[in-house]
Structure formats: structure tokens, C-alpha cells
Design a binder for this molecule. Structure first.
Ligand SMILES: Nc1nc2c(ncn2[C@@H]2O[C@@H]3COP(=O)(O)O[C@H]4[C@@H](O)[C@H](n5cnc6c(=O)[nH]c(N)nc65)O[C@@H]4COP(=O)(O)O[C@H]3[C@H]2O)c(=O)[nH]1
Length: 861
């Protein structure tokens, strides 16, 4: 508080101003007061310093007081100035007392308030009021209005009434009061409307509370709440008198000391339920007295959330599951210790990167695209994923990703929780493997064999193919087992398993039924001879000695074979019949195989023998070519020839191609044989040409297998070059079925062949299923009418019609036509009549050795 304020207050508050009294007595003593201080001159004009009479101490004292008074002082008689002090002149903005000479005190009152003040002055003059204290508005010389407090006293001097007014400018004080009131109002409304409960405590009494407190605690009114004993408001207060409030008092004291104090406190509602609140105590001053402003809020939910957060944090840190959290852009924000444990990446190595850090390349783009699609559309994804550890090792994880949306509705967090299931999966697979595999050899066991066989049968049925079951039984296994012991017996079985596997393709199934019985399932073969070959291969492989306990142990196996669909139509039937066949093999002397169908065994044996003989024939040059002339009927001249292979065995017997070409086809030997034929025919043609024989075209048969050979065109070219003859000297004969096997490919190959100059003839025309559409597109030059149609010409009108149609077709397509197998006059006559100009057949000549053919050709010359 300033000194000035204290004086003012003291002045205002004093019931009777001692200065006034002093002034009164002084004035009374000197008798002519107006002239000794600031006289308003009788003669007027200017401030006059009245002469203080020497040695008059009370007057001097009075003058000093009036001079220095901060309050404006004015003595007037019925409104006319008698005396004013400097503070008065300052207050009303006058520079000298003389300016007031002609004025009334009412001129210093704001116009709106003059009437009221005039009334007051008159009442004083009438002595109705002696002393008055009021607030009114003053007006300065410059017109500025201000609020002033006037303390007026009347005095009687020399029969006249004087008024001494002490005036104070209270504009600021009043404004401060107004401000204070407004501020108090605002504070109160803040207090009342605060959503947080609050109350004011003075001493240890709740003197005020707001509506929120009443509402929160469930009371009906403020008074009900403030009147209640504090022990009802918290279990922390005990209703045992002063001591129970010690804790609260301590809290309040702390707030007083520090200004503010925050702590948690259990509250009790009106219905006796309790809740935890966060209490804030603020030290305030209330009307000069220290008090506490107390607010609190229910923190039960916050506490629960904190507890949950704490729990979540501890789960995050302690769980065995790896956790990875990314932002909406997939940038890793945090990982837990289990993540590091599983992946090998420390948190600071992963944070800031993307989960691609772990990518294993086990999955294609489509997998990840599908994962994201599902994640974005459903907000989650779950499944197995291969990732890679920092060490580079791939691992399988069971992953759950949850997408979390932010306030804007967009995904702003992705939480991935995963477990390493690599080991688990390995064990699963191990268990599954054990369930379906033989523990000793690792081969499929009976159960899996059954499954595989049924599956193979299903496919074979659908595709019209065959399935062969080979039932193997080691010969004399018991002897080995008994003599060398079970351990060595086991080794023999393991070695047998490996050798069987080596003897078959990976796509074939090898299994062990138990004991010394093995099964092989074959489904990729064209002919049962191939099955016999596999059986042979296994028998050969198993006949090689096994190294057991330092001994070279010889073993052999017997194999029984049953084929779907001919031997049985289901897996059990096939296994049973293969078993039966196996006993036949054993009975036949062991170390051999038997088909369930004996004719198959016979055929297989013959085929295998034939194959061996053919190979030998190739090596020994036992093949030779015969030539059958093609005759131009109108002239009877030889116009071409067909080269036909013959096999002259070392014993001189001649084997016809019908007996060995099919085996050569099946075994693939037809390819080298075919090229030999081509070479030989070209060589022969070249020789005849050199010998000056008429140049004819020699046709050569091309087998299906050879037609498929990718080197065909190059090799034909090379052979022509080597023989030094033009392509036009050779014609290739292909069966309908060879070209129709893959028509589009055939068109390309045939075009390449034609581009070499060769003619192309379709053999056996009419026996297959040539598409006319293709026939038109094939670059062929000749159609050969099959012998089967020619043979019945003259007897079967249908064949005649067919032949007629083929000839007509050839004419339409502008192709040459050759009829083969012409044996009789009738056939020739028919063909001639129908317009077939070139024929081939026994009627003219059988296929003959080259020398005989050359002779015939020479005759033409
Ligand atoms: N009954 C009778 N038969 C006649 C008559 N005129 C010709 N033949 C026979 O009919 C067959 C014609 O040959 P193909 O239809 O190409 O039928 C050929 C051909 O498909 C195949 N072949 C022959 N040589 C070769 C060759 O070098 N390569 C290939 N891939 N197959 C060949 O063997 C099949 C049989 O050849 P071949 O035994 O030489 O039998 C020849 C021939 O001797 C006749 O008036 N009456």
C-alpha cells in the first residue's frame, strides 16, 4: 500500500477531519483568513500570497498543511470562492486562483450533477446539514469530467456560513472498484460454470462450492454439500475429530507454502460410492484472508487407461511374439525385444526402415499384392509368411497384421504380431513324413503308395493311359538277414531302395511295403515294353554286389508287373496281381520279371530281343534298301520309286519292315535308321544319275518320330549336299497321322522341307482323319491311295467310291495322286478309268534290289 493511499483512506474514513478543525480554529483566530493564504482578491486578479504574520506559528502551520495537501481544499461562501489550495487548482485545471474569482463552485460540477450539488449547498446554508460526504462529477476547465468525492463541512464565521470542501479525485479508485466487482463477477461465473468440480476452503471449512461439485458428488444443493461433515466426503477423513484432518491440513499447508499442490485423493459420493480424484489446491487470498481454491477431477478412467497402457507396455516388452509397428506409410516405428530375438535385428536397425528389411523372396509379387488388398479392405490379415533373419536364414512366421485408423479415418498404424513357426512346421512335416514313409528307407509306405496309386489310376483313366505296378521281392533276403544279422539286413534294404530310385525317373513312385517287398509305380510310358525295360534295369542294378560288413553280397530280385487297365482297374487289384506275377517270376528262376498277363511278358521279351538285334543290325550294316517302281500307266514307264528298307540277318533271312519298324518306332531306333535310309537313298540316286540313268524321284518313308526330330531339316539338307543331288530328286512320304499329330507344327516343317526342293507325299491316304482344311494348307505334292482301298476295287463299290473321291479331291487341290498295292488288271483298269495316272504295286513290280531297279530304269532309257 502506498503512503498516499493510506493518507487518503485515513482522510476519507476519519469521521471528523482534524485538519478542518485546525483550520477552523486558525481561521477563527486570525479573523481574515481569505487574505493570508491564497486570497481571491477583493480587488481581484492573480494569486496573492497573503503575508503570514511573523511569529504566528499556528497560521504558518495551517498554511503549510493547506499548501501541501494532496486533496483539493476549497472554502466558499454560498458557492463563491473564498479560498482554494494549489491541489484544487491542479484538480480543476486552473493556473491561478484569480481565474476562479467570478466563478461559483457549481461551475466545477459537471452540468448533470449541478442541481443535486446546488441543493446540497442550499441545505447547508439553511443549516439543515452541517457535514456531508458524497460522490459527484467534477468538470475541469478543459471540460474533462471526473469522479470526485467531496467532504463538506459548514462553519459559521462572523454570522456568515462558510463551507469547507475537501475534494478528492476518485475516478481511478471508483474504476478500480468497478473493475474489481466485474472481475469478481467473472470469477464467480467461472467458478460456477466450470465443468470441473471446485470449492473454496478457508481454515478447514468448505465455504463455497460450485454446481459441478454438487452434481459430481450427487448432492441436491450447494448448502447440502457445504454443510456436510467432511468425513462424509472422503474415506480419508475419519469422523474422529481434529486429528483425522491432519493429512488434509498437511496438503493445504503445502499448497499455502508452494502456491499450488496436486495429489490424488479418494472421494465419496452422496450414495457412498468412492472414486479416485486428482485434486489441485491453489493458495488464494479471500478478502485479505488466506484461503484454498480446490478443484478435482475423477481420474478413475484415466487410471484404468494408464493401467491398461502399463499392461500393454509390459506385454509388448515381455511377450514371446515379435511385434512390429509401422506408420501408415509402412515405416517401422517400434519393435519389441521378441522381434529382435526372432529376426536378429536390433530396434535401432529396424526403426525407420520398412518391413521389406525381412523380405525372403519366397513369395511372388501377387502374394504381397493380395496381402495388402485384404489388409486395406478388411483391416487385417492373418497367415503364414516366409521372412529372412539378419543372418540370411529364411524362417516361417505365423503373422497377424492389424490396420489402425487415425482420427482422419485413414490407416495410420499397422501392428504386426508374429511367431516363428519354422520349427513347429518342421516337426509337423516330420510327423506327417513319418506317418507316410518307411522309417528305414525313407520311401513312401503302404498308405502313401495306396494314395499315389489311386491318384495315378484316376489320371490314367481320364487321359486314357496305362499305369504299371512293379512288385519287387528280394531273392534270398532272409539268408542275408539270418547270416549277417538284422543290421546288415537293414543296410541291404537301404541300399536296395537307393538303387531302385536310381533306376527310375523322379516322377515315378518307389515305395516299400515292408520286409523285403518294394513297389514301383510307373505311369509315364507308351508301351509295356518300356515297363519291361525298367524292370530289366532294376534287376541289373540290384544284381550288382552290395558291400555289407566287408562282404560283397550278391542279391537278386524278382519283379511281378500288373498293368492298369488290362490287369486290374483298382489299386488293390493291381497290387494283388503284381504280387501274383512276382511269384511267377520267382518260379521262373528268380532275378527276372513277369507280367501278370503272360502274353505281355512274351511280347516284352521279344521286343527287347528285337531291340538288341536292331542295334546290332545298325552297327553291322545289315540293312539294305529295295526299290519299288512307280509306273506312269498311260506310257507304262517307270516314273519314280519308293525306297523300302529290308533287314538281311547274318543267317541270310530277310526281315520285312512290318516286323521291325514298329519296334524301331517304340525304342526310338527309327530315328538313326531313318537317316540311314535317307543317306542310302540319296547315295543311290546320285550313283544312278552319275551312271546316266533317267533322273527319277525316289520317295523315302519318314516315321512320326523322325518327323518330330528338330534336326530333321538340317540333316536332310546335309545329306542332299553330301550326295550332291538336288532336293527334287527326293520325295518324303508321311502318314496322315504323322502330319495330323500336330498340324500347325507340321505345316512349318513341311514348308521347310519343300523349300529344300523336296516333294511331300501323304501315305496311306484315307485311313486316318485328315482335316480337309489342313490338307489345303499343307504344302504337299502327292496323295497316295492306301492299298486297302485299292485291293477291293472291282469287288467293293464303297472302296471304289472312296478311291474316286480321293482322286477327285487330289484333282481339285491340284495334287498328284498315286495308287499303291495295285496287283490286278481290274484294279489298274478301274484306276485308269478314274483318272489315276501313277500306280505302284506287285502288278508291275515288287520292291527289288537296287541293281534290278537300275536295270529296269536302263531299259526305259
Ligand atoms: N500286298 C501288297 N503289298 C504291296 C504291293 N505293292 C507294294 N506293297 C507293299 O506295300 C508297302 C508299301 O509301303 P508303305 O505303305 O510305305 O509301308 C511300309 C512303310 O510304312 C514301312 N517302311 C518300309 N520301309 C521303310 C523305311 O525305310 N522307313 C520307314 N519309316 N518305314 C518304312 O514298312 C511298311 C511295309 O513295307 P513293305 O513290307 O516293304 O511293304 C511295302 C510294299 O512291299 C502290292 O501290290 N501288294
Amino acid at each position: 500500500m502506498s503512503r498516499r493511499h493510506g493518507r487518503e483512506r485515513g482522510g476519507i474514513m476519519a469521521p471528523a477531519s482534524p485538519q478542518i478543525q485546525c483550520l477552523e480554529s486558525t481561521v477563527a483566530a486570525i479573523g481574515h483568513v481569505p487574505y493570508y493564504v491564497y486570497g481571491i482578491g477583493r480587488g481581484g486578479g492573480g494569486a496573492m500570497h497573503g503575508e503570514a504574520e511573523a511569529g504566528d506559528d499556528p497560521a504558518q502551520t495551517l498554511r503549510a498543511i493547506i499548501d501541501n495537501a494532496l486533496d483539493a481544499i476549497c472554502l466558499h461562501r454560498n458557492g463563491r470562492y473564498v479560498l482554494v489550495n494549489p491541489a484544487y487548482l491542479r484538480m480543476f485545471g486552473y493556473s491561478s486562483a484569480a481565474q476562479l474569482a467570478e466563478l461559483s463552485v457549481l461551475d466545477t460540477i459537471a452540468p448533470d450533477f449541478r442541481a443535486e450539488v446546488r441543493e446540497r449547498v442550499q441545505r447547508r446554508n439553511r443549516r439543515e446539514v452541517v457535514e456531508a460526504e458524497y460522490v459527484t462529477r467534477g468538470i475541469r476547465q478543459d471540460g474533462a469530467v471526473f469522479e470526485m468525492e467531496i467532504h463538506a463541512n459548514c462553519y459559521e464565521m462572523n454570522g456568515e456560513t462558510f463551507t469547507l470542501a475537501i475534494i478528492r479525485d476518485v475516478t481511478k479508485t471508483r474504476q478500480a472498484e468497478v473493475d474489481l466487482r466485474e472481475s469478481e463477477g467473472r470469477m464467480r461465473s467461472l467458478f460456477e460454470s466450470s465443468p470441473d468440480p471446485a470449492w473454496i476452503i478457508e481454515g478447514n471449512r468448505f465455504i463455497e462450492c460450485n454446481n459441478a461439485a454438487v452434481r459430481f458428488l450427487g448432492y441436491s444443493s450447494k448448502t447440502e454439500l457445504t454443510d456436510i461433515h467432511p468425513s462424509k466426503l472422503s474415506p480419508e477423513f475419519q469422523p474422529d475429530g481434529q486429528t483425522s484432518f491432519a493429512k488434509a491440513e498437511k496438503m493445504m499447508q503445502t499448497a499455502m507454502d508452494k502456491g499450488i499442490h496436486r495429489f490424488e485423493w479418494v472421494h465419496t459420493r452422496a450414495d457412498s460410492s468412492e472414486f479416485l480424484a486428482e485434486v489441485t489446491l491453489s493458495a488464494i487470498t479471500l478478502q485479505g484472508c488466506p484461503a484454498i481454491y480446490c478443484t478435482w477431477r475423477d481420474i478413475t478412467e484415466r487410471k484404468q487407461a494408464e493401467a491398461e497402457m502399463q499392461l500393454a507396455a509390459s506385454v509388448f516388452h515381455t511377450t514371446q511374439e515379435g511385434i512390429l509397428i509401422t506408420d501408415g506409410n509402412g515405416i517401422i516405428l517400434s519393435v519389441n525385444p521378441a522381434f529382435t530375438e526372432i529376426t536378429g535385428y536390433a530396434a535401432d536397425e529396424a526403426v525407420g526402415k520398412t518391413p521389406r528389411l525381412l523380405k525372403s523372396h519366397h513369395h511372388d509379387k501377387q502374394f504381397y499384392a493380395e496381402l495388402w488388398r485384404s489388409l486395406v479392405s478388411t483391416g487385417g490379415w492373418q497367415g503364414e509368411l516366409w521372412n529372412r533373419r539378419k543372418s540370411g536364414e529364411a524362417y516361417l512366421e505365423w503373422l497377424t497384421i492389424s490396420a489402425i485408423r487415425g482420427d482422419d479415418g485413414r490407416y495410420n498404424r499397422f501392428v504386426s504380431v508374429f511367431t516363428d513357426v519354422t520349427e513347429l512346421r518342421r516337426k509337423d512335416e516330420q510327423i506327417r513324413h513319418q506317418a507316410y514313409h518307411d522309417a528305414l528307407t525313407g520311401l513312401p509306405n503302404r498308405a502313401l503308395l495306396g494314395d499315389r496309386l489311386e491318384h495315378a489310376i484316376e489320371i490314367a483313366q481320364r487321359e486314357g493311359r496305362q499305369v504299371a505296378v512293379l512288385f519287387l521281392d528280394l531273392d534270398r533276403f532272409k539268408v542275408v538277414n539270418d547270416s549277417l544279422g538284422h543290421q546288415e539286413g537293414d543296410k541291404l534294404l537301404q541300399s536296395t531302395a537307393l538303387r531302385i530310385q536310381d533306376a527310375v525317373r523322379r516322377s515315378d513312385t518307389v515305395g516299400r511295403l515292408g520286409g523285403d517287398e518294394f513297389i514301383v509305380i510307373l505311369s509315364d510310358f507308351e508301351d509295356t515294353t518300356e515297363v519291361a525295360q525298367v524292370a530289366e534295369k532294376i534287376i541289373t542294378s540290384l544284381s550288382l554286389p552290395h558291400d555289407l560288413a566287408g562282404h560283397a553280397v550278391h542279391s537278386s530280385t524278382s519283379i511281378g508287373i500288373a498293368v492298369f487297365p488290362q490287369d486290374a482297374r483298382d489299386s488293390n487289384g493291381l497290387l494283388m496281381n503284381a504280387d501274383v506275377a512276382m511269384y511267377q517270376a520267382k518260379a521262373a528262376g528268380r532275378g527276372t520279371y513277369r507280367f501278370f498277363d503272360p502274353s505281355m511278358t512274351q511280347r516284352a521279351v521279344e521286343r527287347l530281343e528285337m531291340e538288341a538285334s536292331l542295334r546290332r543290325a545298325m552297327e553291322n550294316g545289315e540293312f539294305q534298301l529295295f526299290y519299288q517302281p512307280k509306273i506312269h500307266v498311260p506310257t507304262g514307264e517307270v516314273c519314280g520309286a519308293e525306297a523300302l528298307i529290308r533287314w538281311r540277318k547274318p543267317d541270310g533271312t530277310l526281315v520285312s519292315p512290318g516286323d521291325f519298324i514298329p519296334v524301331a518306332e517304340e525304342t526310338g531306333l527309327i530315328v538313326p535308321i531313318g537317316y540311314w535310309v535317307m543317306e542310302e537313298a540319296c547315295r543311290q540316286v546320285a550313283q544312278w544319275r552319275q551312271a546316266g540313268l533317267p533322273p527319277i524321284t525316289v520317295s523315302v518313308n519318314l516315321s512320326v518320330r523322325q518327323f518330330r526330330d528338330l534336326d530333321l531339316v538340317d540333316r536332310v539338307q546335309a545329306i542332299l549336299n553330301q550326295a550332291g543331288i538336288p532336293g527334287t530328286a527326293i520325295e518324303v512320304e508321311l502318314t496322315e497321322s504323322a502330319v495330323m499329330e500336330s498340324p500347325e507344327k507340321a505345316i512349318i516343317t513341311l514348308r521347310q522341307i519343300r523349300d529344300l526342293g523336296l516333294r511331300v507325299s501323304v501315305d496311306d491316304f484315307g485311313t486316318g482323319y485328315s482335316s480337309l482344311a489342313y490338307l489345303k494348307r499343307f504344302p504337299i505334292s502327292t496323295i497316295k491311295i492306301d492299298r486297302s482301298f485299292v485291293s477291293d476295287l472291282g469287288t467293293d463299290p464303297e472302296d471304289a467310291a472312296i478311291v474316286q473321291t480321293i482322286i477327285g479331291l487330289a484333282r481339285t487341290l491340284k495334287l498328284d495322286v498315286v495308287a499303291e498295292g495295285v496287283e490286278t488288271d481290274t484294279q489298274l483298269a478301274f484306276l485308269s478309268e478314274m483318272g489315276c495316272a501313277v500306280v505302284q504295286g506287285f502288278y508291275y513290280s515288287r520292291p527289288v534290289p537296287p541293281e534290278d531297279f537300275a536295270e529296269r530304269l536302263a531299259k526305259r532309257r
